[in-house]
Design a protein around this ligand. Structure first.
Ligand code: BGC
Length: 269
């Protein structure tokens, strides 16, 4: 672990941290000196590996199973985290799912499943985190903030996406949930920001980058000419969680290789 660790003494909870972007965020926060709760819903063996990886590099972590869309499971997760470490200073709302379907075929189950995890999950975890930040009170030696919440959203909180109406509705909701609570909580020194990744190489979009044709089509949408890596997101999470970004709240960092820049206009228009 880095001796100049910017998150030394802080305690973080990362949802959906057994794989993909969440895993990288958990490793990144631990590398910066934070203790990390590795939340997962399924795949306890993978979560255990993330915990081991953190411990092997001198960090502290443990895993908690909880479905972020369940109020009682989220409350129990926070209870366990606070019992273990005294409090939580950083929440990263990373857990997310896609339940894709053409709109006319989308079932209520698919709609509800995406909204439950991608939006309600962020509400439930943020609410518990804020309750805990207020209960604990300010600890100036640890951070200038009472607490930090980082919402992992998507470029699709802004870019419409055919065949994914449930996902885009949820991510659009995340954007305004983040901004509204940032506004509400700024006077109490709770910072709430979002990161909106573009195409990052994980299992969620493997069907696209996994074939040469899929990758070729994808890269037409990315002016930077490469798919993102999970570390591209984790590095920014560490910064947003630290006092280095103390004056920033209610904002979204789009980390997308330029996907938000209307790439088709490079040659059209
Ligand atoms: C989705 C990915 C997609 C990316 C860019 C993400 O939010 O989960 O499947 O590749 O947006 O379109």
């Amino acid at each position: 672990m880095d001796n100049n660790a910017v998150l030394e003494g802080q305690r973080a909870l990362v949802t959906g941290a057994s794989s993909g972007i969440g895993k990288s965020i958990a490793l990144g926060l631990a590398g910066a000196g934070a203790k990390v709760v590795v939340n997962y819903r399924a795949g306890g063996d993978k979560a255990a590996q993330v915990v081991e990886e953190i411990k092997d590099s001198g960090g502290e972590a443990f895993a908690i199973q909880a479905d972020v869309s369940s109020e009682s499971e989220v409350q129990e997760m926070f209870r366990q985290a606070v019992q273990a470490w005294g409090s939580i200073d950083i929440l990263v709302n990373n857990a997310g799912v896609q339940k894709d379907a053409p709109f006319h075929e989308m079932t209520l189950e698919q709609w509800n499943a995406a909204l439950a995890v991608d939006l309600t999950g962020q509400f439930l975890c943020s609410r518990e985190a804020v309750r805990e930040f207020k209960r604990r009170g300010m600890v100036p030696q640890i951070s200038r903030a009472l607490g930090k919440i980082i919402a992992i959203s998507s470029v699709h909180d802004t870019i419409p996406w055919a065949g994914h109406a449930n996902y885009t509705a949820a991510k659009g909701g995340v954007k305004m949930l983040m901004k509204s609570i940032a506004q509400e909580l700024a006077p109490e020194h709770i910072r709430v920001n979002a990161i909106s990744p573009g195409a990052i190489k994980t299992d969620i979009n493997k069907s696209v980058w996994g074939t040469p044709e899929g990758m070729e089509g994808l890269l037409k949408l990315v002016p930077a000419g490469r798919i993102g890596e999970v570390e591209d997101i984790a590095k920014a999470v560490v910064w947003l969680a630290s006092d280095e970004s103390d004056y920033m709240t209610g904002e979204t960092l789009y980390i997308d290789g330029g996907m938000m820049l209307y790439p088709s206009f490079r040659t059209g228009g």
